[in-house]
Design a protein. Structure first.
Length: 277
C-alpha cells in the first residue's frame, strides 16, 4: 500500500525515516521542518538536516504548518519535529508519530538521554497516533530494544532510528493497526541541561558513567570547566578523582584538545589533595 504523506521532522535522526519512506515508494507531497537557523561565526543561515535531505530528494519543503492542510496528503508522519501539532490540524488530517521510547515512559524531548541517565535496562520505539498533549496518543506498534550498560546516546540513537525505519515502513505497508491506549504512569523526558551532565563526585560511580555515555559530561578543576569524554570503572592513579572509583580515559580541559587524565595531571601538577570539584 502506497500513501500520500506529509512528513514533519527536523534533526538528523529524522532523516533516515524520511529516506526510508521515499525508498518504500510512498509519495511524500510535502516536508515541514523548523526554520533555518544561524550557525557558525559568520551567522549564516543553515537548513535543518531534514530540509537538506528533502531538497536532495527533490521534495517540496515548508516551514509553515498551515501548508499541511492544503497539501493533499492522506496521512501525516511526525519524527522529532520539535513542536506540538495544533489540535485544529489534527482534526483535518490524521497523523502518526515515531517516538523513541516505550510509552508512556519518557514522553517528551529527550527520551534517549533520559533512558540512559535512569539506568533503564531496555527502551524501544513506538508508532503512535498524534493527539493533543505531549506524546499521549494511542500506540499502534511497539518494538522493545535492550539497552546495554556501555551503550552511548549516539549509539542508541542510531540503533533506535534503524529499528524505527523498518517499523514505520512495515506499519504503513497495510491498513493502520488499531491503537492501544497507553497504560501506566507516564514519565517525562525533559530537555537535557548542563546541570544534568555535571558530575557529582559524591554520587555512585554508575551515575557518572551514565552522564558520560549521554555525552557532554563535565566537571571543574581550579574553577575551569573540563569535559569528561570517556571513563571506566577502576582505580584512579592521579588522585584527581574524588573517591578514586573511576578511571577517566579521556578528558578535555577548557581551550584544549582531548587528552588522557594522566597527561592532564602531568601538565597541571596538582597540589597534594587537590581534586576535581
Amino acid at each position: 500500500m502506497k500513501r500520500r504523506l506529509v512528513y514533519l521532522g527536523t534533526p538528523a535522526m529524522a532523516v533516515p525515516p524520511l529516506q526510508a519512506l521515499v525508498a518504500a515508494g510512498h509519495e511524500v507531497v510535502l516536508v515541514v521542518t523548523r526554520t533555518d537557523k544561524r550557525r557558525g561565526r559568520g551567522g549564516e543561515l543553515s537548513p535543518s538536516p531534514v530540509k537538506a535531505a528533502a531538497l536532495e530528494l527533490g521534495l517540496p519543503v515548508s516551514h509553515d504548518l498551515d501548508d499541511v492542510a492544503r497539501c493533499g496528503a492522506e496521512l501525516g508522519v511526525v519524527v522529532a519535529y520539535g513542536r506540538i501539532i495544533p489540535a485544529t490540524l489534527l482534526t483535518s488530517l490524521p497523523m502518526i508519530n515515531l517516538h523513541f521510547s516505550l510509552l508512556p515512559r519518557w514522553r517528551g524531548a529527550a527520551p534517549v538521554e533520559r533512558a540512559i541517565l535512569a539506568g533503564d535496562a531496555s527502551t524501544g520505539v513506538c508508532v503512535m497516533q498524534v493527539a493533543e498533549g505531549l506524546d499521549t496518543g494511542d500506540v499502534l506498534d511497539v518494538v522493545e530494544v535492550p539497552l546495554g550498560e556501555s551503550t552511548t546516546a549516539d549509539e542508541l540513537r542510531r540503533q533506535l532510528v534503524e529499528v524505527g525505519c523498518e517499523q514505520l515502513v512495515r506499519v504503513l505497508d497495510g491498513p493502520l493497526p488499531a491503537g492501544v491506549a497507553q497504560e501506566g504512569a507516564p514519565t517525562y523526558a525533559a530537555k537535557i541541561t548542563p546541570d544534568d551532565l555535571r558530575i557529582d563526585w559524591m554520587a555512585p560511580a554508575d551515575m557518572a558513567l551514565r552522564q558520560i555515555r549521554v555525552g557532554g559530561a563535565w566537571t571543574t578543576f581550579r574553577g575551569k570547566r573540563m569535559k569528561v569524554l570517556a571513563a571506566e570503572g577502576g582505580g584512579d592513579s592521579t588522585g584527581l578523582v574524588p573517591g578514586g572509583s573511576l578511571v577517566l580515559t579521556s578528558v578535555q580541559p577548557e581551550g584544549k584538545g582531548p587528552m588522557t587524565l594522566v597527561d592532564f595531571a602531568r601538565g597541571a601538577r596538582p597540589n597534594p589533595g587537590e581534586q576535581f570539584e
